[in-house]
Design a protein around this ligand. Structure first.
Ligand code: ADP
Ligand code: MG
Length: 452
């Protein structure tokens, strides 16, 4: 029953919530109207109980096991796995709780994934700065920049780096109180404290840590009292010279509905971004994972060119890349065949299709700006200089060609330009292309770059 109910929950709670909160649940018993689950931490059980009880009971009932009550028990030795040893697809692996240090036991932190260490983090051009900054913080020396603000798109390694910092600090400086949690959990804790009239405890607890790491801080934007509390916590810690590490999906200045004073506070430290992966980094990550699988499945052969093919074709994010490789090895071992390009294409048809030609206008703008060495803000902005206007028209042309966006939609993404302006830009490039072979070549190359 639980298996089926769980599958259903994937749909009803959303994939991210599912992976974080439902997937790690282990049903230990189901009898007398009580469903008992094993969870990695008390906090985890609390959270699931508060947020997903109704969903879970509903689905259990739907699948023939109505229950009155859910219970959550903490498993002391919930599976921690060494780096990357899981065979399940990357998206469905439970985060393994790895807190060993005793100085942190009272902290309401999120479980750390044991696989997210510096050792398992592959460094390349797109993430070298972020990695270096994270390393510095992880040394636990005197605070040199505060906060460290890491930002970047989904699946580029922000959470991985933060967990790596926590692991490293725990190993080097076990006496430090390190608290890692998501902004969502911060809010949850705060709201709970308000409700239970324990706000002083809450404040005390958060102000007692040596290192505070808050993941996905964009989440609290627009949530006024939580923002406020965050701001005070933040200031109190900075005043005490305690290290803070923050992540978000975009730069501080670009987070909508985040108070100005918080933005400027966040910008005071070191702001580094994780750039989208490039081919080399993707290949490096694949090689690392493949090496691991090769040891697992010693008799499995991996044909030349498969990893290169994947690095080339799956450009969306590292999570998808990992999931693809995991599935590939699991499948090949199941059918007992060599991993050839053909097998890869069969086995991963859906993933490959999904990552085909998913170019966005923003990506086009970024690539074009980079290629012509103009600023992104200029490309989108009002300047009429020819050196900017031409790349802008090229970006408009590519947006029209490579994305399903309409002219007005494209116009909106070019600083609110009218659709006729876009039309004009597109025509201009079409015209020029006929005679300017340099331009035609450029466009070819840009297209290839964008489509991967
Ligand atoms: P984010 O928090 O930025 O959305 P994550 O840190 O959760 O991304 O990373 C997604 C997945 O990709 C994780 O399994 C992580 O281990 C892996 N990953 C991302 N970047 C790297 C890297 N440079 N080396 C190895 N694994 C990586
Ligand atoms: Mg993350």
């Amino acid at each position: 029953t639980w298996g089926k109910a769980r599958d259903e929950l994937r749909q009803t709670v959303g994939k991210n919530n599912f992976v974080t909160w439902i997937e790690p649940l282990k049903l230990s018993s189901l009898a007398n109207g009580v469903a008992r689950f094993e969870v990695p931490t008390t906090f985890f059980g609390d959270w699931v109980s508060r947020n997903y009880s109704d969903h879970i009971r509903h689905q259990l009932a739907n699948h023939g096991s109505p229950v009155d009550r859910l219970e959550f028990a903490v498993t002391r030795n919930a599976a921690t796995r060494p780096n990357g040893t899981s065979l399940e697809p990357a998206e469905t692996r439970p985060a393994a709780p790895a807190r060993a240090a005793s100085n942190n036991d009272d902290l309401p932190g999120a479980p750390l994934d044991a696989r997210f260490t510096f050792d398992s983090f592959v460094v390349g051009k797109p993430n070298e700065l972020a990695h270096a900054a994270a390393r510095r913080v992880a040394e636990g020396g005197p605070v040199t920049f505060n906060p460290l603000f890491l930002y970047g798109g989904v699946g580029l390694g922000k959470t991985h780096l933060m967990h790596a910092i926590a692991h490293e600090l725990q190993a080097r400086r076990p006496e430090l109180r390190v608290l890692y949690l998501s902004a969502e959990q911060f809010m949850y804790r705060f709201v709970q404290a308000l409700r239970d009239r324990q706000i002083m405890d809450f404040k005390g607890l958060f102000r007692s840590v040596d290192v505070l790491m808050v993941d996905d801080v964009q989440f609290i934007a627009g949530k006024d009292s939580t923002q406020d509390e965050f701001f005070h916590t933040f200031n109190a810690l900075v005043d005490q010279n305690k290290q803070i590490v923050i992540s978000a999906d975009r730069a501080p200045g670009e987070i909508k509905d985040l108070e100005e004073r918080i933005k400027s506070r966040l910008q005071c430290g070191l702001v580094v971004d994780l750039h989208p992966t490039d081919y080399e980094l993707r290949l490096g990550i694949l090689q690392q994972k493949a090496e691991f699988y090769r040891q697992q499945y010693r008799d499995l052969k991996l044909a030349d060119g498969v990893l290169e093919f994947l690095a080339h074709r799956i450009t969306t994010n590292v999570r998808v890349l990992e999931g693809a490789l995991t599935r590939l090895f699991a499948f090949a071992s199941l059918v007992g065949r060599e991993i050839t390009l053909e097998l890869t294409q069969d086995c991963l048809a859906d993933i490959l299709r999904a990552s085909d030609r998913k170019v966005t206008v923003e990506e086009i703008q970024r690539k074009v700006a980079e290629h012509y060495n103009v600023r992104l803000s200029d490309l989108i902005g009002p300047k009429r200089l020819r050196s900017i206007a031409r790349p802008r028209q090229i970006a408009m042309y590519l947006a029209k060609q490579l994305t399903p966006r309409s002219l007005p939609e494209i116009g909106r993404r070019f600083g609110g330009r009218d659709h006729t302006t876009i039309m004009h830009g597109v025509r201009k490039i079409e015209e020029l292309m006929a005679t300017d072979s340099q331009l035609a070549d450029d466009l070819q190359m840009l297209k290839r770059l964008l489509q991967g």
